[in-house]
Design a protein around this ligand. Sequence first.
Ligand code: ATP
Length: 363
Amino acid sequence: MAKIQLKNLKKVFKGNVVAVNNVNIIIEEGIVTSILGPSGCGKTTTMRLIAGFENPTEGEIFFDGQKVNNLGPFERKVGMVFQLPILYDDLSIQENISMPLILLKKTQHEINKKVGEMCDFFDIPENLLKRKARGLDVAERQKVSLAHTFISDKNVYLLDEPLSNLDPRNRIEIRSKIKRYQNEARKTIVYVTHDQTEAMSLAQKIAVMQLGVILHYDKTEIVYDYPQNRFVGWFLGNPGMNFIEKVIWEKEKTSLQVGNLQMEFQSIDDERKGHQEVVLGIRPENILISTQPKEGYFEAQSDFIEPIGNRIVVHLVARDIKVKAKIEKIKDIKKDSKIWVKFPADRILLFDPKSGEKIYPMN
Ligand code: ATP
């Protein structure tokens, strides 16, 4: 296992396409770090730079403090799993899984033990082992590919959208197998995905990327609760964060003018003075709802109800404000119901309207 540092990393492709732009992160040992972002933001290129399949235009890559820019993928000891699993179709599943250990000239006893462990973790039935890989369905192929990659010790395992081609049921099942394996084996994994649910359920740390730049890199819960800018708040969550424009932050009065509403807002340990136009951000699940008038709540109307599993998303309209609240199913809430709403002061974030950067809370 290795700690990986990416320092001022930049990759420019022909035609002046800047795929990765001045990335600076340290990938910690023994955890899952997810690189999350929309299509074309530079996730795969970052991963290929770590692996040694691409050379950076600028910047350095260190594994445990050793510069590896001049080393190829084999010397960097990286394991990789791709969206489309690569298997030797004419070899048996047993041979596919054990191949890295055969190449390392491990004993048959050791190989059998390790293959057994991998089959347990990734739920590959023993009666499949003698079969050829050709003809396996895509989920089975991906399980074999994961077993093949994790069977040998590497500095880092790079997983590039490994679940994107699977149906939703297999995606959830294999995701939990990767999670369980990680909990026990404590491997250093970099997990590339555009799926925020996948990133949040697997990764201890997330790097959110847009247009080649890492916008926010921190522990998963911090990236979710305190996104560094609007894009990160919007990209994570189902639905993403609500934003209300043209809010006036009256700092000394510790209040917010939200449309026609005056809202109490206790800024904690914040010495800033004056007033400022800001964008208010609040997560749908942090909005409080009452079906009766209540102290500190403002009146709104439900405009639309969307069921999401055992919860509902209520689209609320209060004068000129529109937000979505994610709440438990309440019988009394229907379309066009009167509803009373509160944004808890400690769940409010404020963003700069021009840059989109978070300005409150400061850290
Ligand atoms: P996706 O999720 O769609 O794979 P991504 O976030 O992984 O996207 P990259 O594949 O890293 O993004 O691509 C980042 C940018 O670099 C894109 O604009 C892409 O078109 C460009 N790009 C990637 N590889 C090359 C290449 N070999 N030559 C030229 N441009 C490239």
